[in-house]
Design a protein around this ligand. Structure first.
Ligand code: 5GP
Ligand code: MG
Ligand code: MG
Length: 172
């Protein structure tokens, strides 16, 4: 078991997610979007964010596994579940839990670009900017955080703790 300390409270998460939803709604006014959740980590964030999106939207899910240990990705990404529909001509908003090196999202947006969507933007709840090695563009960021391993609200440690309604760090 981990010794948890709250980094971002449930109230702060929900407040910021509402703001992001409002911003997204403004930016996509008059358009329809496909909100693409990257499972499993993005699941909590995407469902809460979607409640605040006021333009017509579809939900899509992808499962990708990025090889690595339990703390970070290697950037070698495998698609375990692909989109259900073609995305040609559609506006895609990728929703992720966290961007660290940026390799996972770089890989994903490259693959999706080949399918000729009208646009692709990225929305991440958490951003570990210091760790970035890829120059992938991120349009919406919930919270910038430092280089520490976080869990909760979709983010796991050995597949546990995804159900926490807040973001926590391990204090040993
Ligand atoms: P990247 O490809 O940007 O380096 O890694 C992104 C992925 O690494 C995330 O989707 C997540 O699965 C994992 N990851 C990176 N940092 C953390 C962290 O602090 N906590 C958890 N639980 N996963 C992380
Ligand atoms: Mg993720
Ligand atoms: Mg993980």
């Amino acid at each position: 078991m981990l010794n948890l300390e709250t980094l971002i409270s449930e109230a702060d998460l929900q407040k910021r997610i509402k703001e992001l939803g409002t911003e997204i709604t403004k930016d996509y006014e008059g358009k329809e979007i496909v909100v693409l959740c990257v499972l499993k980590g993005g699941v909590m964030f995407m469902t809460d964010l979607a409640k605040h999106i006021g333009v017509p939207m579809k939900m899509e899910f992808m499962v990708v596994s990025s090889y690595g240990d339990e703390y970070r990705s290697s950037g070698v990404v495998k698609i375990l579940k692909d989109l259900d529909e073609p995305i040609e001509g559609k506006h895609i908003l990728i929703v992720e839990d966290i961007i660290d090196s940026g390799r996972t999202l770089q890989y994903l947006s490259n693959i999706l670009s080949e399918r000729k969507p009208a646009s692709i933007k990225i929305c991440t709840l958490l951003d570990k900017k210091e760790e970035r090695v890829s120059d992938v563009e991120v349009s919406y960021i919930g919270f910038p955080i430092g280089n520490e391993f976080v869990i909760g609200y979709g983010l796991d440690y050995k597949q546990y703790y995804r159900n926490l309604p807040y973001i926590a760090v391990n204090k040993e």
